[in-house]
Write a protein that binds this ligand. Structure first.
Ligand code: URA
Length: 261
C-alpha cells in the first residue's frame, strides 16, 4: 500500500498510532509512513496492515456463481415487504463470492439505493478505511452486505416484519460465502444476527457465534455513528484489532480467545 493512501486511511480512522522507527524514537505513522519500516511496526498498528485474508479462499464451485445470480435476481424483484414500493433497487452486497471476511450493516441509505451497492456514502468511505487498516478491501477479500436489502424511507430503523422478510436472503448469502469471520457493524445488525436486545456496548469485545457453522462474529460500531462520534473511533479500532486477532488464531489453528482482555 502506498504511503499517501495509508495516511488517508489513518486520517479517516482518526486514530493516532505510534510506531518505533528503526533504532529510534516513536513517531506518528501518519506523518512518517514514508520513513517507517512497516515490518517493524507493532502488531496493533495500521502500518502493519499486511493483507490478512486471501482472495479467493478456494476455487468457487460451478454451482456457486449460479446460486449467487439466482439470489440477486430474487432480491431485485422481491416484494416480500412494502419497502419495494419506495426503493429504487434492491442492494444485495459487494465483494468476492467466496472469502474469509464478511461485514454486515443495517440497510441501504440514499446513495446505496441509487447505486445498488452497500456502504458507498460517507459512512462507506470510513468503513473502507477501517477495513483497509487491517488489510481488507471490498475489491479483493471482504464481502459487505446488510440486514435489509431495501432502503427504509428516510433511513428510519428497519421494522421487525421487514427484518423477518429479508433475513433469509442474508442467511443464504452467509451460506454461499462461508466466511471465517463476521463483523456486525452497528446495533441493528448485531442485535438481529444475535437475536438479542443487549445494547451494542455490551456485545463488543466478545467472540459471538453465528449459525450452524459456529462462525465467529465480532461486533463494532456503525460507521455513521463513528462519523457523529469520532471519539469512539479508537474503540472501533480496538474491535478491528480484536477481529484480526481472532482471524489469525483461526488460521494458526489455535483456540480462540472468546474475550478481548
Ligand atoms: N448504512 C448501512 O448500514 N448500510 C449501508 O449500506 C449504508 C449505510
Amino acid at each position: 500500500m502506498d504511503t499517501q493512501r495509508r495516511n488517508q486511511y489513518l486520517e479517516a480512522i482518526g486514530v493516532d498510532v505510534w510506531v518505533r522507527r528503526r533504532g529510534g524514537a516513536l513517531a506518528d505513522v501518519r506523518l512518517l509512513a514514508a520513513t517507517v519500516d512497516v515490518q517493524a511496526a507493532p502488531a496493533d498498528s495500521p502500518a502493519a496492515a499486511v493483507p490478512i485474508a486471501r482472495a479467493p479462499v478456494e476455487p468457487v464451485s460451478g454451482e456457486v456463481p449460479a446460486q449467487w445470480e439466482a439470489l440477486r435476481t430474487e432480491v431485485m424483484s422481491c416484494t416480500k415487504c412494502s419497502l419495494n414500493t419506495t426503493r429504487t433497487q434492491g442492494v444485495l452486497g459487494v465483494g468476492p463470492q467466496r472469502t474469509d471476511w464478511m461485514v454486515i450493516g443495517e440497510a441501504p441509505g440514499a446513495e446505496e439505493d441509487r447505486k445498488g451497492e452497500p456502504f458507498v456514502g460517507r459512512g462507506g468511505q470510513l468503513l473502507d478505511a477501517m477495513l483497509r487498516a487491517i488489510g481488507l478491501s471490498r475489491a479483493t477479500n471482504v464481502y459487505i452486505a446488510n440486514v435489509l436489502k431495501s432502503r427504509p424511507p428516510g433511513n428510519r430503523d428497519p421494522k421487525p416484519d421487514e427484518v423477518a422478510a429479508c433475513l433469509p436472503y442474508l442467511i443464504r448469502q452467509i451460506a454461499l460465502l462461508q466466511p471465517r469471520v463476521m463483523l456486525a457493524v452497528g446495533r441493528i445488525a448485531a442485535q438481529n444476527l444475535l437475536s438479542t436486545d443487549v445494547p451494542l456496548g455490551r456485545l463488543r469485545g466478545k467472540v459471538h457465534r453465528f449459525g450452524e457453522l459456529n462462525t465467529p462474529l465480532i461486533v463494532t460500531y456503525h460507521p455513521a455513528y463513528l462519523l457523529r462520534t469520532p471519539a469512539d473511533k479508537r474503540k472501533a479500532w480496538e474491535d478491528l484489532k480484536f477481529a484480526r486477532s481472532v482471524f489469525r488464531q483461526l488460521t494458526d489453528g489455535v483456540p480462540i480467545d472468546g474475550d478481548r482482555s
